[in-house]
Design a protein around this ligand. Structure first.
Ligand code: ADP
Ligand code: ASP
Ligand code: MG
Length: 473
């Protein structure tokens, strides 16, 4: 729909009553620039962690912890309803009580069964957005607009991969057109729960942690929006995580490919899959800061012709492990190793192998490494027994640090400079994953050296300096 902006507010941006009222006002102001607006609401900051922790506690028969969490949820949302509510306060309180008692019922069932399936986890984790969306809708109404809270389980149809579901775009498009477009035509602002969807049978799913950004892009693509705005707590995608590098600056423009690469390699500011539906539908994404709404933020769009090949940011992902199968594996070993990791539900973040697949390295999340090591030991039991594979080695507490920029992997100068800059400061590099992606140079290093490595590379590539001075390498 021409002139429509889909705007998503992140956890901090809806962190308390005052901030939610601020979000409502921002919607009002934005409607002066856009002709219509769909809002996507995240859970209030910290709520999804609380829900997940409580469900896990219930599975370990620590029901008291889940009950304490219910109390925290109730009080926090009731206090927010008090700030926002006005004459809607009673209705909001009723909704909150219903959702908190649904949470308790689910936790009691988990405790009784001593089992927590991904499907049940999604039913619990979805409650944060189900609690926040009615509050955000009330705040939009307080700003003088018409608004309606909607549950994305009636809009976003997904597959059955609970915890990391993917949208089925055709039925999603149909539902969004049937539900959202008439509301927008009437001048109503739909306020949709982020993060969640439902299978064709109507069972709640979630899109993955941080997935509300993805919800906004899915809805944007479904209604052919003019733009997708992600309102967050930083002034855009920055040249490095500002918590680590305070002098990091905002990157004014990124290509979709750069955004995907940055997100996969650790820039939490945008969920990795967000750019995909937006790129397919040709919709630009803007990252904007709720604390400084007038700032330009970052524009993510197709790469303009002739844009220079340069390092745009240095990103870092911690909490990783490297597994190595060493020996004389031979052809087919790498495929089996990757397949084994996938069978136990572990994502191989990156991988390498030496000549003839004799040595194979898989980079995994730390939490998956023991599970994958056991699975590999079983899958390669015969080869291990015959001594064709010597052993499976594991290095924990690693990080990947990566300069990112479209096409940088084919610029030999950039790789050479990065390695030299780190080498001069004695940063140990365990693996270089050069060439797998054209847009990054991922370096595996000890986690303890990660912040320093980001600092060294950020300084080396002069990323903290104002853009337009022509001083960037
Ligand atoms: P939201 O709740 O709005 O979705 P997130 O916490 O998911 O926000 O993402 C924003 C956070 O991402 C920031 O607070 C920042 O610390 C972190 N971050 C990591 N890398 C970057 C980066 N390169 N640019 C901006 N923020 C980053
Ligand atoms: N509330 C969800 C999470 O914390 C989704 C999101 O905030 O994007 O993962
Ligand atoms: Mg986020």
């Amino acid at each position: 729909m021409k002139g429509t902006v889909v705007m998503k507010f992140g956890g901090t941006s809806v962190g308390d009553g005052e901030r939610i009222l601020g979000a409502g006002e921002l919607v009002g102001r934005s409607l002066k620039a856009a002709s219509a607006c769909v809002v996507v609401a995240s859970a209030m900051a910290g709520v999804t962690d609380l829900l997940i922790g409580a469900a896990e506690a219930a599975a370990h028969h620590e029901l008291a912890r889940a009950e304490a969490a219910a109390e925290v949820l109730r009080e926090r949302h009731l206090a927010t309803a008090e700030t926002i509510g006005g004459k809607e306060k009673g209705k909001l309180e009723e909704t909150i009580e219903t959702l908190v008692s649904r949470f308790l019922t689910l936790c009691r069932a988990i405790d009784a069964l001593g089992e927590l399936t991904p499907r049940t986890m999604d039913a619990v984790a979805s409650l944060g957005e189900r609690l926040s969306a009615p509050l955000v809708a009330a705040a939009v109404r307080r700003a003088g607009l018409r608004a309606r809270a909607l549950d994305a389980s009636s809009l976003i149809v997904t597959d059955e991969r609970f915890g990391a579901a993917s949208p089925l775009m055709e039925p999603t498009r149909e539902r969004c057109r049937a539900v959202l477009v008439p509301l927008l035509a009437e001048g109503v602002v739909p306020v949709v729960t982020g993060f969640i969807g439902a299978t064709r049978e109507g069972i709640t799913t979630t899109l993955g942690r941080g997935g509300s950004d993805y919800s906004a892009a899915i809805l944007g693509a479904a209604i052919e929006a003019e733009a997708i705005w992600i309102w967050t707590d930083v002034p855009g995608v920055m040249t490095a995580d500002p918590r680590v590098i305070p002098e990091a600056t905002t990157v004014p423009v990124l290509s979709y490919a750069e955004a995907v690469e940055l997100a996969h390699l650790g820039a939490k500011v945008i969920y990795p899959k967000t750019a995909l539906p937006a790129e397919e539908a040709g919709i630009p994404i803007r990252i904007r800061c709720t604390f400084r709404p007038e700032g330009p933020g970052t524009l993510i769009r197709s790469r303009p012709e002739g844009a220079p090949t340069t390092v745009r940011a240095v990103v870092c992902r911690k909490g990783l492990s490297l597994l190595r199968l060493a020996g004389k594996g031979g052809p087919g070993t790498a495929a089996r190793a990757f397949a084994t990791a996938a069978e136990v539900g572990a994502e191989a973040i990156l991988g390498t192998h030496s000549t003839s697949e004799q040595n194979i390295c898989l980079l995994l999340c730390r939490k998956d490494s023991e599970r994958v090591r056991i699975a590999l030991t079983q899958a390669f039991a015969a080869e291990l027994g015959r001594g064709e594979i010597n052993e499976i080695e594991v290095w924990d507490d690693l990080a990947v640090v990566a300069p990112v920029g479209e096409g940088i992997a084919s610029e030999p100068r950039i790789a050479a400079e990065a390695l030299l800059a780190l080498g001069e400061r004695d940063v140990e590099i365990l693996s270089i994953l050069h060439g797998a992606s054209p847009h990054s140079l991922p370096l595996v290093i000890p986690e303890s050296a990660a912040d320093d490595a980001v600092r060294i590379l950020h300084r080396h590539f002069r990323l903290g300096e104002p853009v337009g001075t022509g001083s960037r390498r």
